[in-house]
Write a protein of this length. Sequence first.
Length: 56
Amino acid sequence: MSKVRIWDGGEPRLFTRYEDARAPLADPRVSSDSTRDGYPVQSAIRRGSSNRTGSM
């Protein structure tokens, strides 16, 4: 596992080994519940770019 810095300054974790990627699935501190404190939110810039339709 490595901490990486992305374009918006966030620092997600990057898992490259199978065992490392499976470990968080069994960890109660990791959740997909968006109502929990610390849940990552999409930045305003990213939200704006996802609303594009791709048509000209």
